[in-house]
Ligand binder design. Structure first.
Ligand SMILES: Cc1ncc(COP(=O)(O)O)c(C=O)c1O
Length: 366
């Protein structure tokens, strides 16, 4: 069988997404019973109580297909966001929406501009549909360089991803820079702003894309229930986009792309505004303890607007391994001189700081 003839050549160079290490693997390797997984930017507390209750109750209806248009959640989201239902797409994670958008707009030979380092799925979907990735390095503060990204736009540019806040650095560009960018970006470019972590942001200068959405300009805001709402395992995210684009996504998506448990969990989570605020405050406070630890140990880091912190190290392989031996899983990036650590509960922070102290003792410097 000639598999090369069968499978699309675009896939040759692609590598599957590599998830972080699993807790069970690390437990077996390290011999430690308590393992702290801080590698996938999940929120540690789990779904809110009302969502848990509703999700449990709905399981017995799993013989039925889900509501293909997620009507109840759609109405609740539209009321909350002040948008029209025609402009809302709900996906099996925001990840699905990233892929569907790429599938809807990209032709072979098109160019896709995004910052780097940023979310690994952008180059994956670019390649998947035969387009060319144009990576624009973050500036020296590890922030999107929007002017250089604009300068990278050509007649072939079809799509641009802005990750705000950016994964893995946790950084944001400011409102002034975004408004200058929006005023100049050509109309033939679809701008997708990935706001997976926007609920964690505390900086007043943060421009959320929804504020600039008018239903006409080619602008999309993508959000998720995977992070502050702690529903990553259920897979549900949403996108606010012009109606024409949402219609295209409806043609491409599976008819029942978002499962019932995810829909009900998201619906109940949405009402829990005070709990979301509490999580945001707690996350902010825990970050300050991590910063204090990093300052004390002389570790350089990027101030973060998210639930993770990107820190510099000259020996990422050794530090990653040494943290593993302490039972803490962080995220590595191959050869990059940096690692990313998630922010956990107050108890997790105590364990994280102890692990960094132990690694400093063992390795001397970072
Ligand atoms: C920037 C960014 N966008 C999108 C996603 C995907 O989120 P979801 O779980 O909604 O697919 C992630 C997940 O880590 C992310 O970091």
């Amino acid at each position: 069988m000639d598999w090369d003839a069968l499978i699309r050549t675009e896939l040759d160079e692609m590598v599957p997404y590599a998830p972080g290490l699993r807790v069970s693997e690390v437990r077996a390797q390290s011999g430690k019973e308590n393992i702290l997984k801080l590698s996938s930017n999940e929120y540690p507390a789990g779904p809110v109580k009302s969502a848990r209750r509703a999700m449990k109750a709905v399981i017995k209806h799993s013989n039925r297909y889900p509501d293909g248009s997620a009507r109840a959640l759609r109405e609740a989201l539209c009321a909350k966001l002040g948008i029209q239902p025609e402009c809302l797409a709900i996906g099996n994670g925001s990840n699905e929406l990233i892929r569907l958008i790429a599938q809807a707009v990209l032709r072979p030979g098109d160019e896709v501009v995004f910052a780097w380092p940023s979310f690994v799925v952008y180059p994956m979907v670019t390649q998947m549909f035969g387009a060319t990735a144009v990576r624009v390095p973050l500036n020296e503060d590890q922030v999107h360089d929007l002017d250089t990204m604009l300068a990278a736009v050509t007649d072939k540019t079809r799509l641009m991803f802005l990750c705000s806040p950016n994964n893995p650095t946790g950084s944001i560009y400011h409102r002034i820079a975004f408004e200058r960018f929006l005023a100049k970006v050509p109309e033939h470019v679809l701008v997708v702003v990935d706001e997976a972590y926007f609920e964690f942001v505390t900086d007043d200068m943060y421009p959320d894309a929804l504020s600039y959405f008018d239903g006409k300009r080619p602008l999309v805001s993508l959000r998720t229930f995977s992070k502050i709402y702690s529903l990553a395992g259920c897979r549900i995210g949403y996108g606010i986009m012009p109606e024409q684009l949402r219609l295209a996504l409806d043609k491409l998506r599976e008819p029942f792309n978002v499962n019932t448990v995810a829909q009900i969990g998201a619906f109940y989570s949405l009402a829990e505004e005070s709990e979301v605020e509490r999580r945001k405050q707690e996350n902010q406070e825990q970050k300050t303890y991590l910063y204090e630890c990093f300052d004390r140990l002389g570790i350089q880091y990027v101030p973060s607007q998210t639930n993770f912190v990107y820190f510099m190290t000259e020996k990422p392989v050794e530090v990653f391994q040494a943290l593993l031996e302490e039972g803490v899983i962080v995220r590595d990036f191959g050869t990059a001189p940096a690692l990313r650590v998630g922010v956990g509960t107050p108890e997790d922070t105590v364990v994280t700081i102890a692990a960094f102290d132990a690694v400093a003792e063992k390795l001397g410097t970072f």
